[in-house]
Each structure stands twice: as C-alpha cells, then as structure tokens.
Design a protein around this ligand. Structure first.
Ligand SMILES: [Zn+2]
Length: 283
C-alpha cells in the first residue's frame, strides 16, 4: 500500500513517527500551516514558521524517505488576533515558493467577522497565485459552519474543484459533494471519524474527489490511521486499486493543480527504513 497523507501536522510529531509512517507505506505528506498551541504575537513569528515548513521539515522528512510539501495561510483561530493580521501581507512572498501546493488551512473556527475577512482574502490569494485551497470546517456547530463555508467559497468565484473542504462527517459530506468541492476526512483515534465510519461513507458516496488524512497534531491522534483506513477498505471488499485511488492518486490529483507537486525520485520505503537510502543498490 502506498499512502499520501494530504493533511498532517508533522511539526508536532517525532522522528519515530516518520520512521513508522515510512515503514507502513506513507511516502508523501502535505503539512498545512496551523496554530501552534501558544498564541503568536506578531507576523514575524509566522514567517519563521513558514520557513520551517518549507525548509527544515521537508529535510527532516527526507531522512526517512518521505516527501514533504506544505500549504500556507493565516489559520482561522489566529485570524481573530489583531496582532496577526499582518500575516496576510506576508503571504504573497511565501505563496510564490516551490514547496507550497495550496493556500490553507483557511476557513472558520468560531465564525467571527475577522474570520470572514481572512477567509475571503485568502481565497482571493489562492486564485491570484493559481493555487488550490484547503479549507478547515469548525468542530462546533459543524453543519452551519459547513453551509456558510460553501457560501463563501461560491461567492469567491474560485473553481470548486480546486477547493478541499476538510474535517467532514456523515452530516456534512453530502452538501460538500454537491458543491463540486473535494471532500476531506480526518481519521482520529476517538473523535471526528474512524476507519469503519470512513468505509461506510466511501460505500455510500463513492471514491471520487475524496481525501483521507490523519491530521495528526498536538492532540491524541495517530499518523497511521490512513493506513488503517486502507486496510479497513480492503476488509470491506474494496479493491487494492480503489485503495490506491483514495490514499495515493486522489491527493496527487488535488495538489497537482498547484503545478508544484514534486514526487520525482521517491526512494523505496524499505530501503530508506533500513537506513541505506543513500547507498542502496550495492557497490
Ligand atoms: Zn489541520
């Protein structure tokens, strides 16, 4: 099984996680910019974080044979802090960079006027820079938040096929699918979405324009739940090709719209895991 995790916060994970992911078949990841727990007090703090997502983290991933790309944005939660507003002026400089494959995560946390403004402005940036957009849906009042999200996406004029609406569940999937946007699901150990529930959604709604991620972050989460979902699909009668489509080809199709996805010369996972990624092949 080859796996592309389209939404995972590796900054909050250990190198042991990279090692386990590579061994299980996770060969490529996209890390969206998000909040770091401790509130940031100025735009420069975001600049250093963005540089880390485009420099240090891809390097750390590469040591385990995992390809790393990023999506950049002012996240919904910190969009409410006036001290962070300057991040919107910082973004154009960063959105030009090679490792950036989308604008994100944007969207709503508490659905405030400040979030409205940052969300719309960043959808405009996605259009301006020819990038897809990764949109977070709120964890509270999810149905209303998702409806409002889809209204804002429609009003922006961005092509729905260039937008992924993430953290969906049984209640919100149908509206997003009808909108033409990609449907994203974060598989968590206890909350949000489990592998068996994900399989039921795939059985009901099909495997097109679906992204399955582990979203692994600071909380209780598991970077191998993408792999567990693939196994649950096989156990439920989906073919290996279906699993490959959902866990590998779909995320590639979505992020390739940036024109910047680079999956060339990915090393064989087992060679890397054995610690011989540089000198494999004898001599
Ligand atoms: Zn996230």
């Amino acid at each position: 099984m080859r796996v592309f995790d389209p939404h995972i916060h590796m900054t909050s994970r250990t190198t042991d996680d990279y090692r386990r992911m590579a061994a299980a078949g996770v060969r490529s990841v996209v890390e969206p910019a998000f909040w770091l727990g401790q509130p940031r007090t100025n735009p420069g703090s975001f600049g250093d974080y963005f540089d880390s997502l485009l420099g240090w983290e891809p390097y750390r991933a590469s040591q385990y044979g995992v390809r790393h790309h990023a999506t950049l944005a002012l996240n919904p939660k910190e969009a409410n802090d006036p001290r962070c507003k300057g991040v919107l002026d910082l973004l154009p400089h960063y959105l030009e960079k090679d490792g950036v494959v989308a604008v994100g995560e944007i969207g709503y946390d508490s659905m405030t006027p400040a979030e409205d403004e940052a969300f719309a402005a960043q959808l405009d940036l996605a259009r301006e820079f020819g990038l897809p957009a990764l949109v977070h849906t709120p964890h509270r009042d999810k149905a209303a938040g998702t409806r409002r999200t889809l209204d804002v996406v429609a009003a922006s004029g961005i092509e729905p096929g260039r937008v992924a609406v993430d953290h969906l569940n049984e209640v919100t999937v149908a509206a997003v699918k009808d909108s033409g946007c990609w449907t994203g699901f974060s598989i968590y150990p206890e909350t949000k979405m489990s592998p068996p529930r994900m399989v039921s959604i795939l059985q009901e709604y099909g495997i097109e324009r679906v992204l399955v991620n582990s979203a692994a972050d600071w909380g209780h989460s598991d970077p191998l739940l993408t792999v567990a979902t693939g196994q649950a699909m096989l156990d439920a009668g989906f073919s290996a090709d279906d699993v490959d489509r959902v866990l590998w080809r779909n995320p590639i199709e979505f992020y390739a719209q940036s024109g910047r996805l680079d999956l060339s010369e990915l090393p064989e996972p087992e060679a890397t895991f054995a610690g011989s990624s540089v000198k494999r092949g004898g001599s």
